[in-house]
Design a protein. Structure first.
Length: 123
């Protein structure tokens, strides 16, 4: 192995523009590498977003078929509950499941959380 001694390397004179050129080339290599990583991560993100949207689209028909198959006993229970509470003549137009807007939380948990927040005093 032939290594150059530090004295020989120190004696090599480079001009200012050669040093600037060397630094610019290094800077450009770093920037190109970072841009390549950025593009790769964007492509991976687009892949995962499209996969998630395909799964969401596939899940929508499954929930619709569950809602269509309502048990007749459910109608009887709801009709009996309404008849017990409402004393005036009434007619049930439709029965649909409750859709919570709280990100999958039930109405009970949402109201409990609101009650806790209301109990806190602002100082």
């Amino acid at each position: 192995m032939n290594f150059a001694s530090p004295m020989i390397l120190a004696s090599i004179e480079t001009s200012f523009w050669e040093d600037v050129n060397f630094q610019l080339v290094g800077f450009m290599i770093v920037m190109i590498t970072l841009a390549g990583l950025w593009i790769a991560l964007e492509l991976i993100g687009m892949f995962f977003k499209s996969a998630a949207s395909r799964q969401a689209q596939a899940a929508v028909p499954a929930t619709a078929s569950v809602e269509e198959e309502t048990d007749p006993e459910l109608y009887a229970v709801v009709a009996a509950a309404i008849d017990t509470v409402v004393s005036q003549p009434h007619q049930i137009v439709s029965i649909s499941p409750h859709s919570s807007s709280g990100g999958g939380q039930s109405a009970w948990s949402t109201e409990g959380r609101k009650d806790i927040y209301r109990s806190h005093t602002i100082r």
